[in-house]
Write a protein that binds this ligand. Structure first.
Ligand code: UDP
Ligand code: MG
Length: 314
């Protein structure tokens, strides 16, 4: 029996991109006949014709599976929903908008056959993205790496081939505010990097905006490391030390030179500064409490409306 490979494709309002994607991945699968393929789409509550398009595809192609989620849950949840439905020897996670070129997959398979468990594609360039997006993502990765010992994969997305044992490992993480990029690093196993040029999206519009990106960055940091709490403590400690020294100086000066009433400006400066530091620290603590709150609810991650399994995967 040939080994099975699943392409896991989260799709949210990708009606326009699907035909292009299907063409490229079926060409790939046709040219790599010594594996049995499954195309597993996760329809993440699309509001356009994505689901109908998937049903059509499933009718005409035995390799097509789909998981239809009960509403839009976001890409992170769509990915775990897909992983939960995979039994193949290897899985390739790939975006529906063809920003990840499927032509890279044979290379990934080659390394997988050599014994690597997680072959991930690292972006050399990011066509079609603004300088601001590139810069902010660069800073984000830097901050994240500084705050943890687990090696962070810079400029790497979710486009990667995972051995079955990585998939089984990822399934064990049932946290609701997921940061999958961090989890790939967390689980370890034998990793291999390959370089590629990221293409602009083939059709449709990106679902990202800056508000989402900032939220994602905060989620990434707070789900991955508690370093901000430590920084808040250290900052508090240092500020207190200075405050204490300043208090001693004031007391001594008052005892020696008597009371003077000047100093309104310096007093305001200190009060405002301390107020700011306290508010930031409270905010950081609040972020973590919010995470605890969300995780302790132990909610299910998603609900499946319909699951269709490809014949090729049975
Ligand atoms: N996606 C999803 N659910 C969402 C948003 C996005 O499943 O709520 C999918 C989307 O269909 C695509 C992938 O996640 O396959 C990446 O999304 P997008 O291209 O919008 O992000 P970008 O490439 O701009 O970071
Ligand atoms: Mg995209």
């Amino acid at each position: 029996m040939s080994k099975t490979i699943t392409l896991l494709i989260p799709a949210y309002n990708e009606e326009a991109a699907l035909p292009h994607l299907y063409e490229r991945i079926s060409a790939l699968a046709d040219s790599t006949k010594n594996y049995s393929w499954e195309f597993l789409f996760v329809n993440d509550g699309s509001r356009d014709g994505t689901l109908d398009a998937l049903k059509q595809l499933a009718k005409k192609d035995e390799r097509v599976s789909y998981v239809n989620l009960s509403r839009n849950f976001g890409k992170e949840t769509a990915m775990i929903a897909g992983l939960d439905h995979i039994e193949s020897d290897a899985t390739v996670i790939i975006d529906a908008d063809l920003q990840d070129p499927p032509e890279l997959i044979p290379d990934m398979i080659k390394y997988w056959e050599e014994g690597y468990d997680d072959v991930y594609a690292k972006r050399k360039s990011r066509a079609g993205e603004t300088l601001l997006k590139k810069k902010t993502s660069e800073w984000f990765y830097k901050i994240l790496q500084r705050s943890t010992n687990i090696p962070i994969q810079v400029d790497t997305g979710d486009f990667r081939l995972l051995d079955q044992r990585c998939v089984l490992a990822l399934r064990e993480f049932r946290e609701s505010q997921r940061y999958t990029k961090g989890l790939f690093s967390w689980i370890g196993y034998k990793k291999k990097e390959i370089l590629y040029d990221r293409d602009p999206r083939v059709a449709g519009a990106t679902k990202w905006n800056y508000a989402k990106l900032i939220n994602f960055a905060i989620d990434g940091i707070t789900s991955f490391t508690t370093a901000p709490l430590r920084i808040a403590s250290i900052l508090g400690f240092v500020v207190s030390l200075f405050a204490f020294a300043y208090i001693i100086y004031l007391v001594v000066r008052t005892l020696l030179l008597g009371v003077d009433l000047a100093g309104y400006a310096s007093m305001m400066a200190v009060i405002l500064f301390l107020g700011g530091v306290q508010l930031i620290s409270l905010g950081i603590i609040g972020e973590y409490i919010a995470r605890i709150f969300n995780e302790t609810k132990q909610r299910p991650l998603y609900f499946v409306e319909e699951f269709h399994r490809a014949k090729s995967a049975k």
